[in-house]
Design a protein around this ligand. Structure first.
Ligand code: SAH
Length: 345
C-alpha cells in the first residue's frame, strides 16, 4: 500500500496540488487547510467538499495527531505532555503561561545526537527527526486539550532544530500562515547548540524569529567537554557566524547560559563571554542548570547574582529564566525517559 500523506505536514500549495491530482480545483487546497486549523478532526467534517472528494482524501491522507501518553500539571500551571507519535515514539512538549500569553516548548526530534553532557535529551541519541506535521500536532493537541490559544513557540524541546532544518522551516511557515495558527515569526524562538553551517543557511531566509544560541562556556576546552559540537564549530567560528547572522537579519541574538555550580559561574566566565561576543548585540538568558544528570548542580544564588551583575555593569541585558514546572521535571528529555523506563518494567 502507498504511504499515506500527512495533511498536517502540508502547506496550502501542497494541498492545492493534491486537490488537483484528485481531479478538483486548486482552491480546494486552501479550503482543506482552513478546515484543518479551524477545528475539523476528520475529512467528514469538511462539509463544503463533495462526499466523493472527502472519501478520496480519506484514502490518500492521514489526519493522525499525537496522543497524550501522560500529562502533568505543575503548581504554577505549567503543563508537560508526553506525546505518543504514530510509530510509537514518545516526545515531550511543555506549555507555560505568562502574562503575555501561552508559550509552547516544542520538540523537533525524538532524542538528540548533539551529546551535550548536562542534557537529558542526549541520553540514548537520536531515534529520528520529527516531521513538520508532528511539530504542528504538538500545538494542535495542546490547544485543544487546554482550550487555549498558543501565541508563542520556543523550539527548545527535545532535539536540535538545525539538525532538522527543512522540516522546522516548514513547521514555522505553516504555523505562521494566516489560515493556520497565525503565529507571527516574531513569536518564534529557535534554539541551537551552534551548528554554524546551518545558521548560515537559516540566515538566508531572513526570518524575523529570535535565534537563541546555547553557549554555556566562553572557553573552548571547557565548552568542547560539555558540548561536542564545539569541536566542529569552536567559539571563534560561532562568534563570527552570529555576527554574520545579525548583519543579514538585523535581529538581536539571545545567548543561553546554564549556570553550573563551581564550573562556569565565575566573573571570569562572564567577562570572557562579553569579550568573545563584543561584536554582537545580544541578550543573555541565564538558566540555573536543571539537575537532570549526575554531576551538574545549580549554582548558588550568590554566584548567579554575581554573574548577572557583570553584564549589568557593562550595560548588557541579562535575565534569569523563571524556573517554571520545577515540580514536574519539566526539563526536556526527563519525562520521555520516565515513560520509556516504565514500559520496560
Ligand atoms: N538543541 C537546542 C535546543 C534544545 S535544548 C540547543 O541546544 O539549544 C534548549 C536549551 O536547554 C538549551 O540551551 C540547552 O543547552 C538547555 N539545557 C539542556 N539541558 C539543560 C539542563 N539540564 N539545565 C539547563 N538547561 C539545559
Amino acid at each position: 500500500m502507498a504511504k499515506l500523506l500527512d495533511v498536517y505536514s502540508m502547506t496550502i500549495e501542497e494541498l492545492s496540488q493534491l486537490a488537483q491530482s484528485l481531479g478538483e480545483k486548486a482552491y480546494r487546497g486552501k479550503q482543506i487547510f482552513k478546515w484543518l486549523y479551524g477545528g475539523a478532526t476528520t475529512f467528514c467534517d469538511m462539509t463544503d467538499l463533495s462526499k466523493k472528494f472527502r472519501e478520496a482524501l480519506a484514502s490518500a491522507c492521514t489526519m493522525h495527531l499525537p496522543t497524550i501518553e501522560r500529562k502533568q500539571v505543575a503548581k504554577d500551571g505549567t503543563v508537560k505532555y508526553a506525546f505518543r507519535l504514530a510509530d510509537g515514539e514518545v516526545i515531550e512538549s511543555v506549555v507555560m503561561s505568562y502574562r503575555h500569553g501561552n508559550t509552547i516548548c516544542v520538540s523537533t526530534q525524538a532524542g538528540c545526537n548533539m551529546g551535550c553532557s548536562f542534557c537529558a535529551s542526549a541520553v540514548g541519541g537520536k531515534t529520528r527527526d520529527l516531521t513538520a506535521g508532528e511539530m504542528i500536532g504538538q500545538i494542535m493537541v495542546a490547544e485543544r486539550d487546554l482550550s487555549c490559544r498558543i501565541g508563542n513557540v520556543v523550539l527548545m524541546g527535545m532535539g536540535e532544530p538545525l539538525d532538522n532544518l527543512e522540516q522546522v522551516l516548514k513547521f514555522m511557515a505553516i504555523s505562521n500562515d494566516e489560515n493556520g495558527f497565525c503565529i507571527g515569526y516574531r513569536h518564534f524562538t529557535l534554539s541551537t547548540c551552534g551548528l554554524c553551517d546551518k545558521m548560515n543557511m537559516l540566515a538566508e531566509h531572513k526570518l524575523p524569529i529570535t535565534l537563541s544560541v546555547s553557549v554555556h562556556s566562553p572557553f573552548d576546552e571547557e565548552r568542547s567537554e560539555m558540548m561536542p559540537v564545539n569541536k566542529k564549530f569552536p567559539l571563534a567560528t560561532l562568534a563570527k557566524t552570529l555576527e554574520h547572522y545579525q548583519a543579514v537579519t538585523g535581529r538581536r541574538i539571545s545567548l543561553e547560559y546554564a549556570l553550573i555550580r563551581d564550573k562556569n559561574d565565575s566573573p571570569a566566565h562572564a567577562k570572557a563571554l562579553m569579550k568573545l561576543f563584543g561584536g554582537l548585540s545580544y541578550h543573555v538568558n541565564v538558566i540555573p542548570v536543571n539537575e537532570a544528570r549526575e554531576g551538574f548542580l545549580k549554582s548558588h544564588q550568590a554566584n548567579i547574582h554575581r554573574f548577572l551583575e557583570c553584564f549589568e555593569k557593562a550595560g548588557i541585558p541579562a535575565t534569569t529564566r523563571r524556573e517554571l514546572g520545577a515540580d514536574i521535571s519539566a526539563a526536556c528529555g526527563q519525562l520521555r525517559h520516565q515513560v520509556q523506563k516504565e514500559k520496560e518494567l
